[in-house]
Design a protein around this ligand. Sequence first.
Ligand SMILES: [Zn+2]
Length: 268
Amino acid sequence: MHSFKPPKPEMFEGKRTTEEVDSFVFHVKSYVSMMEIPAENQIQFLGTFMKGKALTWWLNAIKPFDNGKSLGFEHAISMIINQYRPKMAKELAEKKLRGLQMNKSYQKYEEAFFELVQNIEDMGLVEQMRYFKNGLEQSYQFEINRTKFTTDDNAKKFSEMRAICSALATASNQSSVRTIKSSGEPMDIDTLEIGYKTPTKIATLISRMPKPELTREEREDCLKNHLCLGCKTKKHKGGWRKCFAYINSLGPEFKPIVDHLKDFPKRH
Ligand SMILES: [Zn+2]
């Protein structure tokens, strides 16, 4: 029997102060050793003292270690320190930020970016924007470079920048998802590129285009004979989303798409 029971560690919510992290680590370590928690339960035990953001981070962090089964206690402690203790966290975050690249999902990139940046308190907005832009996919960078920002206020500029990226991401998601669903054909490169080779305004407009209303027979007929679902005459690259006849039939709101496509004839 233990004659002395250490106090239970307080829940850790992920506050990024040296005191908070050191205190949590100290108490957790003491508790584990004094209560003689068996090695195979230590990681799970540690997890029960995390909550909120810290818990979310923790559950992700232990995934690569077979959800903690192949993670040692000391290693786990150093992961917490690296993540939350300001000086360590800052150095590590800076290193990661330098190597951070957008990889397919813009949303994931944005999340990862701000997760890292909050560990680097002294990083100014100008520097943040530079890192942010450098990690983006080329096409996103291209779009940002050609944008004339309406403000000199850096915070506003940054949010405009992010709005552009979100619009690009949304446009390319919607168009590719709908293309698969509506036509059942494999996506072609051209469709995938809609989101970013095209100016944001046009890309957004394209993503708002209603899909052709066809009866099931008409649809099957078009697919069988390789016809465009929009004009039902011939199949063209880019399908109905780039079909002039179809776009024109949708009304003047969508005319800018045709104007844009006419400037890039080889893409239709
Ligand atoms: Zn057509």
